[in-house]
Design a binder for this molecule. Structure first.
Ligand SMILES: [Fe+2]
Length: 224
């Protein structure tokens, strides 16, 4: 290799390294105001949840990834290979990813029932929409400690599952894996200010603000 090619190659490598190092994962913006989900989720809870909890997961994850400059900052790839990372990255990558998804599951214009193929699939796999809601509530209520409840698509059918802490069904360590269609945060930080220990009231309130359009879109993406 002549000196000119060596300098050129070095410049490309330095540029590539700097580019990877400078990547940061961004917290998705909320598409509604903190008080938009009242009275089902109060403004203070939303503000703390988004501005403190989710912001901290995002900051912690970016700081932890700075020490791994060779890692591509692709959150889906990281999540799907989470067993290769520390428990600190697992918790914060899950917290970052899950909340970005969760905000899209909520809408001040939400509620009602899903439509189209998603409703058909729910009725096929659970018997009826009402049975699905009851099953989802039951799983959400039975999460011990902090965690999430999910409606997932495993490639053949819809399933309800739960994960502890900030784990999710995309992670390679998940016992039941699948693509998220719907999720609900059942950490106490998501509801305690308004509902205290009445998690079931928070879960039932969720049906008034659930954004079925997001779920329908996700299901179509996986299913088609
Ligand atoms: Fe949360």
């Amino acid at each position: 290799m002549n000196i000119k090619n060596f300098i050129c190659l070095t410049a490309i490598l330095v540029s590539f390294t700097l580019n990877i190092q400078s990547q940061t994962l961004k917290q998705e913006p909320l598409l509604y105001e903190f008080d938009a989900l009242e009275p089902y989720i109060d403004a203070k809870t939303m503000e703390i949840h988004y501005s403190k909890h989710h912001a901290t997961y995002t900051k912690n994850l970016n700081e932890a990834l700075q020490s791994l400059p060779h890692i591509e900052k692709d959150i889906t790839k990281i999540i799907k290979n989470i067993s290769k990372y520390s428990i600190f990255i697992r918790n914060n990558a899950g917290g970052y990813y899950n909340h970005n998804l969760f905000w899209q599951m909520l809408s001040p214009n939400g509620g009602g029932k899903p439509k189209g193929k998603l409703l058909e699939a729910i009725e096929k796999d659970f018997g009826s929409f009402e049975t699905f809601c009851n099953d989802f509530e039951q799983v959400a209520t039975s999460v011990f400690g902090s965690g999430w409840v999910w409606l997932i698509y495993d490639g053949k059918k819809l399933l309800i599952t739960s994960t502890s802490n900030q784990d999710n069904p995309l992670m390679d360590i998940a016992k039941i894996k699948g693509q998220p269609v719907l999720c609900l945060d059942v950490w106490e930080h998501a509801y305690y200010l308004k509902y205290q220990n009445n998690r079931i009231e928070y879960i039932k309130a969720f049906w008034n603000i659930v954004n079925w359009q997001t779920s329908e879109k996700l299901y179509r993406q996986y299913h088609e």
